[in-house]
Design a protein around this ligand. Structure first.
Ligand code: PLP
Length: 410
């Protein structure tokens, strides 16, 4: 008899984006002349930069000749890319990361979702709320989450609420988790932690032998100087943290697929007998068994973003989105709405008007402004009463959206 993983049966149907799509479709059918501006889904809109396109063409040509063809590559990624990452993403900021601590992959979703393979299923998980849903669902699948409760949360997961009440800075919990997911700059709130705020988490993890899973997929959007680009800027983090990065939002690779994970060699976990085990070694084994590397062509494209032309082209695209984010922030403030984010991230997190739920605000914005955003409650219980708008639209459409929001009757 084929027995299935029962944990999959516990997963909650993700109604969020399908429900949004259904409501938008119904609205479009009833209002065929409405020009809808979509600021819901967090996908980039600008094309991949010229430097990466040129690099890919060259790599394709190499693949066409026996002398330069590439078959299976190293599961950990090619050293030409790992060396650029170590130099530009870390050494340039005074952080020492060795190339064999970098694992190149097809993106941060896979890595944040798969990392649990090397961690015990009875670890207690803590995560910020609202949250990028992959951290929750991958732990439900592994059996770490417990049961879904009426409160809209999982019984064995420790939620760290991030709301206007605490300035979107999670407080250290009284209970001691084993795995702590932190994502900064944050999706969905667009908020950040300062170095001293992040240091508290590093100190907490070190004191309790906990592991921080630090997702910095939005690192490239950081503009403020006291916001850490990497958790390894904090002393001691090499002994308690894994860092995930992505080329998706940095370089528009959402459809190309490339990211990487850093696991320092001194980072240890413990086996069931309490003996120390190197996490770098375990992840290497996991990747060699279950992953065959990101494609050569993709890794050449990623390498190209570190060339002088690539760096300036990528910066231009990020600045474009950041300008949209600032237009959004200013427009929302002018309309009398409170919002955070958008300074170091492509997301703006809006407080819904007094007494209005996330979904009620969604309906109001769609019907009165013809704008689509994402109801905050879809990212977790503490997202209720908030709404996410993204900067991944054209500048012109963003300006138009803001003009419409200013007309909103609150
Ligand atoms: N981590 C966060 C916080 C994200 O918001 C996203 C994508 O939206 C990802 C990871 C996924 O990144 P990738 O495209 O590299 O899989």
């Amino acid at each position: 008899m084929i027995k299935v993983n029962d944990n999959f049966g516990k997963l909650q149907e993700s109604y969020l984006f399908s429900e949004i799509a259904r409501k938008v479709k119904a609205f479009e059918e009833a209002n065929p002349d409405a020009h809808i501006i979509r600021m819901g889904i967090g996908d980039v809109t600008l094309p991949i930069c010229e430097a990466s396109i040129v690099a890919m063409h060259k790599a394709v040509d190499e693949m066409s000749k026996a002398e330069t063809f590439h078959g299976y590559g190293p599961e950990q990624g090619y050293s030409f890319l790992a060396e650029r990452i170590a130099e530009f993403d870390y050494a340039s900021r005074g952080i020492s990361v060795a190339t064999d601590e970098i694992f190149i992959s097809d993106g941060a979703k896979s890595d944040t979702g798969n990392i649990g393979d090397i961690l015990a299923t009875d670890n207690m998980v803590a995560l910020t709320d609202p949250v990028y849903p992959v951290y929750i669902d991958s732990n439900v699948m592994a059996g770490r989450a417990g049961n879904f409760t009426e409160k809209g949360s999982w019984s064995n997961i420790l939620y760290l609420p991030c709301t206007s009440g605490n300035g979107f800075v999670p407080s250290l919990p009284a209970a001691i988790p084993d795995m702590i997911y932190l994502c900064y700059p944050n999706n969905p709130t667009g908020t950040t932690l300062t170095k001293s705020q992040l240091k508290q988490w590093v100190d907490f993890a070190l004191a309790h032998k906990a592991l921080i899973l630090f997702d910095s997929a939005y690192e490239a959007f950081i503009t403020e100087s006291d916001v850490p680009h990497s958790i390894y800027e904090i002393e001691g983090a090499r002994r308690c943290a894994i860092e995930f990065r992505s080329f998706s939002k940095t370089a528009g690779f959402t459809g190309l697929r490339c990211g990487y994970t850093v696991i320092p060699k001194e980072l240890i976990g413990y086996d069931s007998e309490g003996k120390p085990v190197l996490l770098n070694k375990l992840w290497n084994r996991r990747q060699c068994t279950k992953f065959n590397g990101a494609s050569y062509i993709t890794q050449r494209a990623a390498e190209a973003i570190y060339t002088p032309e690539g760096r300036s082209q990528v910066r231009e695209a990020i600045n474009y989105y950041l300008r949209n984010a600032s237009v959004l922030r200013e427009g929302l403030a002018a309309a009398g709405l409170q919002a955070v984010g958008g300074v170091n991230a492509p997301y703006v997190w809006v407080k819904t008007p007094e007494g209005m739920s996330s979904w009620e605000f969604f309906a109001k914005l769609l019907s009165e402004c013809h704008i689509v955003g994402t109801p905050g409650v879809g990212f977790g219980p503490s997202g209720e009463g908030y709404f996410r708008l993204t900067a991944f639209n054209s500048y012109e459409r963003t300006l138009e959206a803001v003009e419409r929001i200013k007309e909103l009757k609150l």
